[in-house]
Design a protein around this ligand. Structure first.
Ligand SMILES: [Zn+2]
Length: 394
């Protein structure tokens, strides 16, 4: 591809407002310059009739893929995860840590900071997500409690410093001492506090949301569920109209009817898909490490020795497909739950998350079953299946 100005023609284009049939999306200097039914004659066209053009997915909670783990703390691991994600339509992600030793944690954040500034060749590093250290034991999931640390400004500041401006989200258990103060501290620094791996009750969670927490980490998983005399953390984040919830739509972490329940309570704007994928994503079943713990993957489902679910091997293309096949959620809304909704949550929707004029041309091409065939970042192919690249030879 030599030209920096061309059209993509697809059977369906999932724009911010609607699904258009047979239109042309003009890419110019890496941005979306126009969406039209009548292309100008002298501009090259990548004719991808038979495929549908979607906004590239944003995976804001992912630990690893294809044998690489964010906790490896190496540029190579981030490159592997980045190129693997591009194969699944992801254009941006938050590199997510798990509980580990303090030294390993700081090394992982330092490495994410480097990648954030230099960027790998596939999906872009949109920042760092701290899912570790500041949790409690009851819903610890795959987090080893012997490495839990006090939730203090000193510990948070150390992470902020090494991650070189890349820290975007901090997950924490709001029943920890001083949590509301730390939540406000994070929010004032434009770092998103999220609530997870917690046994907080309804009232504690409501207080945390009031202090500035933005929502629930993989809702229902790793938190106190809904009881009719204590709606728990899950009840609080679902009922608070401003709270955002992360959803793992692999058909295992949440029953299909619970996906519908979440949708009815949160609507299309506060329900964001995540993969929570670990090192075993894209690999065979077997035994893997997640942070300090061993996890066993059977039929693609990862569990710790105690049987607790330990992340997933999910991709967002599959998660979108699951939402469409398992629930009543309209197709365009399901696609936006993996793109526009996380973009708004992260504060990057002015440039990412939907197909709209002046946004970055970060796009994915799928077939009618939502299998990804190509991914573009800033108008450039970063992944292409089979001989599809020939459509871009101009
Ligand atoms: Zn988790």
């Amino acid at each position: 591809m030599k030209t920096t100005k061309y059209y993509i023609h697809a059977s369906e284009v999932y724009t911010e407002k609607t699904i258009l049939k047979g239109s042309y999306v003009l890419i110019e200097n890496g941005k979306i310059a126009d969406i039209t039914q009548s292309p100008k004659q002298d501009i090259a066209i990548a004719n991808l009739h038979g495929f549908n053009l979607l906004p590239g997915f944003l995976d804001l909670h992912i630990h690893g893929r294809e044998g690489a783990d964010i906790m490896d703390a190496t540029p190579k691991a981030i490159e592997t995860i980045s190129t693997s994600l591009a194969k699944h339509g992801v254009v941006g992600f938050l590199a997510t840590t798990v509980t580990s030793t303090w030294d390993n944690t700081l090394a992982a954040f330092e490495n994410i900071g480097h990648s954030y500034l230099s960027q790998p060749s596939g999906a872009q590093v949109l920042g760092a997500y701290n899912e570790g250290l500041f949790f409690t034991e009851d819903h610890k999931g795959a987090h080893d409690e012997q490495y839990f640390l006090p939730l203090t400004k000193e510990n948070i500041d150390a992470i902020i410093t090494v991650s070189k401006g890349s820290l975007k989200v901090v997950a924490l258990a709001p029943e920890l001492p001083e949590s509301d103060e730390i939540i406000t501290y994070l929010a004032n620094k434009n770092i998103i506090p999220m609530l997870g791996h917690t046994d907080a009750n309804f009232e504690q969670t409501c207080n945390a949301l009031h202090a500035g927490a933005c929502g629930g980490v993989h809702v229902f998983n790793g938190m106190r569920g809904i009881h009719h005399r204590d709606p728990g953390c899950a009840g609080a984040v679902l009922l608070d109209r401003n709270a955002y919830v992360e959803v793992i739509a692999d058909g295992v972490h949440l029953h299909p009817s619970i996906l519908d329940l979440i949708y009815r309570l949160k609507g299309p704007k506060k329900m964001g898909l995540i993969s929570d994928c670990i090192v075993a994503g894209g690999m065979k079943d077997g035994t893997y490490k997640l942070g300090m713990l061993e996890v066993k993957v059977t039929d693609g489902i990862a569990r710790t020795a105690t049987g607790s679910l330990a992340g997933s091997t999910l991709t967002l293309e599959k998660a979108v497909n699951n939402l469409i096949s398992l629930t009543e959620i309209p197709t365009l809304e399901a696609v936006h739950m993996a793109s526009l909704v996380p973009a708004e949550f992260l504060g990057v929707s002015d440039s990412l998350g939907s197909i709209d004029i002046n946004k970055r041309a970060c796009l994915t091409l799928v077939d009618n079953d939502f299998n990804v065939h190509a991914t573009l970042i800033d108008g450039k192919l970063v992944y292409c299946k089979g001989d599809l690249a020939k459509h871009f030879y101009f």
